[in-house]
Design a protein around this ligand. Structure first.
Ligand SMILES: [Mg+2]
Length: 434
């Protein structure tokens, strides 16, 4: 028995725009930021969580977290029903008006739901991936808000998927501990880097054990062709190179642009257009179905800005994507991501999470590892994004070794930022900004 006695919030911003780390065609000057929350209890560990933004507006997310805080104060983390808790946060009848289930209030709910998972897992002495993977199929199904999903996936079908994966759980946990979970890196590919830096970082990625890298595209076609050529020469033909347009294009431009990049064999095109536009993704995927040098497809990926499970459902129903890219902080936290993992498993579409930013690698690794152990049962064609920025601010940073995420062993969600970093980068009064 314990009780959450306070919810403390912080506006933490890192001045990443000064180095052009994270620069892409849509977001030229991001300051990676966390609307950060600490759940204080009357005894035992704290729960840490956040949602990710790129600077301005982080204060609005923080305010929304404070608006939701009354739903959290007074909760006993040892007795909380995590499914009901998440549904309560996302379905308040007045706050729901501001979404529903999208936008600032949904990001704020994600921060609080993730913080609650951190707290519950810490009290159980397990990392979140393992906490999830030790639940029964029935308990996992109860985490999900089934509203609006049952035309694509019913709780009974989800139970069948989870039960089918049960016999192999122990073996896959052992495999995760031995090897980890495959990663790819975006570190070489930011738009603001020159040729020398691109080639050097791309070669380094291969030396570091990665079999996939990613380039940002979408600002200037001839420049993209040139950069892709530089990257392809640097890594050779055997390494997958994905490209990411960060929502820059309309359908026609996306198809034209990707045909121009096709000779260099792109593995996927990520966020070619608006994340809300299911039919546009389907049209782009169809248009590029034979565009690769071998006559195969240029695959379509999206998800980091997909606002909720319903849009993911439609992307899958419409055959609009080859890869689902979940984000740990964009949708309603762990619970809604469990729903999306189950949907993707039903449709047989691999999940390759979005990460980077600040803390996204730390969080999302838990979700992919849970997917491998208890849902899809495979890592085939699956990779978690890795960007080597800002990990030093976390007490249990994500570790990638030989191209694999090492399975976290620390209890919780790997979400805890050091108190020093929170103080130093608090906006606008921390020393990094003052
Ligand atoms: Mg992206």
């Amino acid at each position: 028995m314990a009780v959450i006695v306070a919810v403390d919030t912080f506006d933490v911003r890192f001045p990443t725009s000064r180095e052009l780390d994270g620069s892409d065609a849509m977001n030229p000057d991001p300051d990676y930021s966390a609307a950060y929350v600490i759940l204080r209890t009357d005894e035992g560990p704290e729960g840490h969580g956040f949602t990710f933004t790129i600077g301005r507006g982080n204060d609005i997310c923080r305010m929304a977290i404070e608006t939701l805080a009354p739903f959290v104060v007074g909760v006993d983390p040892d007795a909380v029903d995590l499914g009901a808790f998440a549904r309560e946060l996302t379905h308040d009848s007045q706050l729901r008006w501001l979404g529903p289930e999208k936008g600032v209030v949904h990001l704020a709910a994600a921060a609080l739901i993730n913080a609650m998972w951190d707290l519950v897992a810490k009290r159980a002495g397990k990392p979140v991936w393992r906490y999830l993977a030790d639940l029964t199929p029935e308990q996992i199904v109860d985490l999900v808000d089934w509203r609006y999903l049952t035309d694509a996936l019913t709780p009974e079908e989800a139970l069948r998927i989870l039960r089918a994966a049960e016999p192999g759980r122990a073996g896959r946990i052992a495999a995760l501990r031995a090897r980890g979970y495959p990663a790819y890196t975006t570190s070489p590919g930011w738009l603001g880097y020159d040729d020398e830096k691109l080639a050097r970082l791309a070669k380094q990625a291969v030396v570091d054990g990665f079999t996939q890298i990613k380039l940002k595209v979408g600002a200037d076609l001839s420049d993209d062709v040139h950069r892709f050529q530089v990257a392809r020469e640097a890594v050779g033909p055997g390494i997958r190179i994905a490209v990411d347009a960060n929502q820059r294009w309309d359908v026609g431009v996306a198809v034209e642009w990707m045909r121009a990049l096709a000779p260099y064999d792109p593995w996927w095109i990520e966020e070619p257009t608006s994340p809300d536009d299911v039919l546009a993704h389907a049209a782009i995927r169809t248009a590029l179905a034979t565009a690769a040098p071998n006559g195969g497809p240029i695959r379509v990926a999206t998800g980091e800005h997909v606002q909720n499970r319903i849009v993911f459902k439609q992307l899958l129903q419409a055959g609009a994507v080859d890869f689902v890219q979940i984000d740990a902080c964009r949708v309603g936290g762990v619970n809604e991501n469990v729903a999306i993992l189950l949907l993707a498993a039903k449709y047989g579409v691999p999940v390759c999470p979005h990460a980077g930013g600040v803390g996204l690698c730390e969080l999302v690794q838990h979700l992919s590892m849970f997917d491998f152990v208890a849902v899809s049962g495979t890592t085939e064609k699956r990779v978690i994004e890795f960007v080597d920025h800002l990990h030093e601010h976390f007490l249990a940073p994500a570790v990638v070794r030989d191209g694999y995420y090492v399975a976290p062993t620390e209890p919780g969600f790997s979400a805890e930022m050091s108190a020093d970093s929170i103080a130093a980068y608090s906006y606008p009064d921390g020393p990094a900004w003052a």
